[in-house]
Design a protein around this ligand. Structure first.
Ligand SMILES: *[C@@H]1O[C@H](CO)[C@@H](O)[C@H](O)[C@H]1NC(C)=O
Ligand SMILES: *[C@@H]1O[C@H](CO)[C@@H](O)[C@H](O)[C@H]1NC(C)=O
Ligand SMILES: *[C@@H]1O[C@H](CO)[C@@H](O)[C@H](O)[C@H]1NC(C)=O
Ligand SMILES: *[C@@H]1O[C@H](CO)[C@@H](O)[C@H](O)[C@H]1NC(C)=O
Length: 291
C-alpha cells in the first residue's frame, strides 16, 4: 500500500468511527477530581494537593481503585506512578484501559511487586473482544518506587504503543487483514487499582504478601489524556491533527529504543513460549516481530 492509500483508509476509518461528530477538546494538567471517581476501597483512595495527587492503598481488608469519568475511542493516556516501596511482594498495581462486557477490549499495564531489592515485573497484555493471552513482561531499568515515572498507553486506529518514560517497550499493530482482531470498535475507560494477588503475582505465588508492612501505598500524578471522548454514541476527538492519532509505526529512533528494552529487559514473551503453544504461536507472532 502506498502512503496515500494508507492515509486514505485511515481517514475513512476515522470517518466511520467518528462519523456523527468529530469535535475537539484539549485536556491538560488534568485534575483527579475532574477526571476520575473512586470505584472501591472506601476511604483508601485519597485525592490530595488540589486534585494533583492521588494515592491508593491496600491493607488486609481491601485494596482500592479508581476509574475515569470519560470513555475514549482512541486516546493517548499518560500517568506518572510511584509504586509501592519496600517489600511489595504479592501486591499488584494496575493501570489500564478497558471497555465493558464479556467481549471487552483491554490494554494493560500491571506492576507485580517483589521483596525489597528484587525487581518489579511490568506485565502487559492486549485483549480484543474478550480474548487476551498476549502477555509480555519486563523488568524496568530504574527503581519504580524511588520516584514517579511516566507510563503511557497510545491507542489509535493503527497501533497500540506501551511507553515508559517516553520509551516504547511494546507495539501491537493492526493486522485485521490477516484475521487478527484489533480493538477499535468499543470505547474504553482508564482504570487503576492496587490489590492483593499473592496467589500468583510474585514468583508465581511463592512469595506471600507481608501484611505487617500494610498499608501499601501507590501514588499517581500528572494524568493527561489526549483522546476522542465517547459521549452518547459519538466520538469527540481532542485534535484530529495530533500525531498520536495518526502514528502508524515507530520511527527509527523509537524502534531502536524498543529493541534496546526488549533485548535487555524483557523477561517473558508469549510469542516465544513454546511450551504454552506447542501447536504454533498465535498468528500475530509470525507477522510482527514486535507483537
Ligand atoms: C466535545 O468537547 C467539547 C470540549 O469539551 C465540548 O465543548 C463539546 O460540547 C463536545 N461535543 C459533544 C458532541 O459532546
Ligand atoms: C514525565 O512527563 C512529564 C510531563 O511531560 C515531565 O515533566 C517529566 O519529566 C516526565 N518524567 C519522567 C521521569 O520522564
Ligand atoms: C522478583 O524477584 C525474583 C528474584 O530476583 C525474580 O525471579 C522475579 O521475576 C521478580 N518478580 C516477580 C514479580 O516475582
Ligand atoms: C490540520 O492540519 C492541516 C495541515 O497542516 C491544517 O490545514 C488544518 O487546519 C489542521 N486542522 C486542525 C483542526 O487543526
Amino acid at each position: 500500500m502506498t502512503m496515500s492509500a494508507i492515509a486514505k483508509s485511515l481517514a475513512s476509518l476515522l470517518l466511520i468511527t467518528c462519523s456523527l461528530s468529530l469535535l475537539f477538546i484539549s485536556v491538560s494538567a488534568d485534575s483527579f477530581y475532574q477526571n476520575f471517581y473512586v470505584t472501591w476501597g472506601g476511604q483508601r483512595p485519597r485525592v490530595l494537593q488540589d486534585g494533583d495527587l492521588l494515592t491508593l492503598s491496600l491493607d488486609s481488608v481491601s485494596g482500592s481503585g479508581f476509574q475515569s469519568i470519560n470513555e475514549y475511542l482512541f486516546a493517548e493516556i499518560d500517568m506518572q506512578i510511584k509504586l509501592v516501596p519496600g517489600n511489595s511482594a504479592g501486591t499488584v498495581t494496575s493501570f489500564y484501559l478497558s471497555s465493558q462486557g464479556q467481549f471487552h477490549d483491554e490494554i494493560d499495564f500491571e506492576f507485580l511487586g517483589n521483596l525489597s531489592g528484587d525487581p518489579y515485573t511490568l506485565h502487559t497484555n492486549v485483549f480484543c473482544q474478550g480474548k487476551g493471552n498476549r502477555e509480555q513482561q519486563f523488568y524496568l531499568w530504574f527503581d519504580p518506587t524511588a520516584d514517579f515515572h511516566n507510563y503511557t498507553i497510545l491507542w489509535n486506529p493503527q497501533l497500540i504503543l506501551f511507553l515508559v518514560d517516553g520509551i516504547p517497550i511494546r507495539e501491537f499493530k493492526i493486522l485485521e487483514s490477516n484475521g487478527i482482531p484489533y480493538p477499535k470498535g468499543q470505547a474504553m475507560r482508564v482504570y487503576s487499582s492496587l490489590w492483593n494477588a499473592d496467589d500468583w503475582a510474585t514468583r508465581g505465588g511463592l512469595v506471600k504478601t507481608d501484611w505487617s508492612q500494610a498499608p501499601f501505598t501507590a501514588s499517581y500524578k500528572g494524568f493527561r489524556a489526549s483522546g476522542c471522548v465517547w459521549l452518547s454514541g459519538n466520538s469527540n476527538c481532542s485534535d484530529v491533527n495530533s500525531t498520536w492519532l495518526w502514528q502508524q509505526q515507530l520511527d527509527y529512533a523509537g524502534q531502536g529504543q524498543m529493541q534496546w528494552v526488549r533485548s535487555n529487559y524483557m523477561t517473558y514473551n508469549y510469542c516465544t513460549d513454546f511450551e504454552r503453544f506447542p501447536q504454533g504461536f498465535p498468528p500475530e507472532c509470525y507477522l510482527s516481530l514486535d507483537n
